[in-house]
Design a protein around this ligand. Structure first.
Ligand SMILES: NC(=O)c1ccc[n+]([C@@H]2O[C@H](COP(=O)([O-])OP(=O)(O)OC[C@H]3O[C@@H](n4cnc5c(N)ncnc54)[C@H](OP(=O)(O)O)[C@@H]3O)[C@@H](O)[C@H]2O)c1
Length: 242
């Protein structure tokens, strides 16, 4: 039996991942900021025959991470999926003006939180069988990729920096935790029709549903090996430049 922990599990890609794993027979620890308000997640969990357990987690809060660790104690976890993130809008983060507090907060949520959570649950991961640590990242975190200024990349300095920092942290863990058998996935989920994907995702043929993304990511995570650990890739295998 595989146990999967997912952050930001109440909506978007996170909720779709919960459904994908639980429907496939896995045990899911679904974390979110406000379980009492997570209606869709609660409904799914209630019908899941005990496969989905919901626990609170505010990824920007170290006390919340420590509380989650206390609840989980030494329970083995096979796969940790760091999915929760913010895009940092509508506060300014453009080439003309950056809102400093907002920038720091985006880095805290998107880059620092996943590192602290991963470290807090390192012993749980080592007790699991699959030992997979996953970060849902974004091609916006690629420094090597050029940008079409007609899209929103130039409005997302905080988001882009935070995802680049996330990539660096996870790449580092992939090297330092290899000796413990931990395999790290740094995976971009596609352009997904969620709140974060935005209105334009609804209008383009190149976007995908959260369900398609979750299916693809589950497949990608299952195919990770020590050789592909720490590679920055889209879920369909395309390797992205750092
Ligand atoms: N959608 C896309 O096109 C796209 C493209 C590239 C990468 N991604 C990445 O894919 C992942 C999922 O994105 P999505 O499209 O599903 O986004 P979304 O629909 O905006 O959902 C974001 C999730 O993160 C949670 N979250 C935000 N801040 C949090 C915090 N401080 N603590 C705990 N949870 C928090 C949200 O919870 P609340 O409901 O409590 O706010 C929500 O569950 C993210 O890592 C994102 O960067 C998405």
């Amino acid at each position: 039996m595989t146990t999967v922990l997912i952050t930001g599990a109440n909506r978007g890609v996170g909720l779709a991942l919960v459904k994908e794993y639980a429907t496939g027979g896995d045990q899911v620890i679904a974390t979110c900021r406000e379980p009492a308000k997570a209606d869709a997640l609660n409904s799914f969990a209630m019908a899941s025959n005990g496969r989905v357990r919901i626990l609170p987690l505010e990824i920007a809060d170290e006390v919340s991470i420590a509380s989650l660790k206390r609840v989980l104690a030494d329970e083995p976890i096979d796969i940790i999926i760091n999915n929760a993130a913010i895009n940092g809008t509508p506060k300014e983060q453009t080439y003309l003006r950056i809102d400093g507090e907002n920038y720091i907060h985006a880095v805290r949520v998107n880059a620092l939180g996943p590192m602290l959570l991963s470290q807090a649950l390192f012993a749980n991961l080592r007790r699991g069988t699959a030992k997979r640590l996953v970060a849902i990242t974004s091609s916006y975190g690629s420094i090597g990729r050029d940008w079409d200024r007609t899209v929103t990349a130039h409005e997302r300095y905080a988001y882009r920096a935070s995802k680049a920092a996330l990539n660096m942290g996870m790449r580092s863990l992939s090297r330092d935790w290899a000796e413990f058998g931990v395999i790290v996935g740094i995976i971009e989920p596609g352009w997904v029709r969620t709140d974060m994907g935005g209105k334009s995702a609804l209008e383009t043929a190149t976007s995908i549903s959260a369900e398609e993304s979750a299916r693809g990511m589950k497949d990608c995570i299952s195919k990770l090996t020590p050789e592909t650990s720490g590679i920055f890739q889209r879920f369909w295998g395309e390797v992205l430049p750092w």
